[in-house]
Design a binder for this molecule. Sequence first.
Ligand SMILES: *Cc1c(COP(=O)(O)O)cnc(C)c1O
Length: 365
Amino acid sequence: MVKKTARPHILKIKPYQPGKPIEEVAREIGVKEIEEISKLASNENPLGPSPLALKAIRKALPRLNLYPDGSGYYLKQGLSERLGIPPEQIILGNGSNEIIELIMHVFVGPGHNIVYAHPSFLVYRLMAHIFGVRGIEVPLGYFTHDLGAMARAVNAETQLVFIANPNNPTGTAVLRQEIEEFLDKIPPRVITVLDEAYYEYLPDSMKFDSLSLVNEKKVVVLRTFSKLYGLAGLRIGYGIASRDCVEVLNRVRQPFNTNSLAQAAALAALDDEEHVRRTLRVNRKGLERLNRAFQDLGLDYVPSFANFILVKVGRGQEIFQRLLQRGIIVRPMDFYGLPEYIRVTVGRPEENEKFLRELKKLLKK
Ligand SMILES: *Cc1c(COP(=O)(O)O)cnc(C)c1O
């Protein structure tokens, strides 16, 4: 029994329930091609990966016998040029999720706590559990971060605050002024992690120069290639922080944490303006379509600044199961404490129509 040896706080963690592989779903509902399944559950890019990224991967394949460049030199260079931030202020991760973990290793130990919203990205809660520290969960107000309440929740033991902007699973966003007021209220010692996994989807009116905050305040910004760039399967993301923060984060990073295909693909995807433009257009039109349809159906939904929408359907778990039988995978929200909701990723136009058609039928029952 390894459980006698495992640390008690780890045994308290509920095992993560991964979704079934899409091939299994296809087999169970009796469809031959996985293309007939619409995966609208994990906010992936419905247009697929950037074609330029695929080309870069093919070019990098013959050198898979070599370890990757542990410093990620070229990708950091590319990001540096694009973002106007020196490479020394960039850290690469095996998904931005890995950077969250590196930040925890550096800053959080026994007796500390971390502050984040509820419902928000579930990884923050998981981190509190893994590191055996208190996670102070501050309820959203009207589905949006209540930054006033979050500032009040910060106490002498708080090391980190996580703010997902736009937030997952609500798709809501905060303004620069609100973030600045928040940063002015909390003790200067505390580090704020701005998780911007969906940053690129924000309309210009809601975008602000969050990167400038990393030199003014104790802020770490996280971004990813998993969403807009369509590279979720490769696991590559990055963080931007002050030089000294990146320097300490690098001390706890595994030397080869990001693989060579991911580095090559991410660099190529950054330059794939056509793929980015198409993705943003399909998403904007899809959001408009879903919003209108939810209004017509009389469903409450949360207007979203990201590539997914939270919509109130009544019995979320049941609707999820029934959509699954029809080859549409969405995300039930019980785990997030919203059992009446589902979260649906904006798909390609035909996927959105299929989802709406099936949802309509289920709601009539
Ligand atoms: C999808 C998502 C991420 C991305 O994680 P990766 O590890 O980069 O794939 C990070 N934060 C939030 C809030 C997300 O929804």
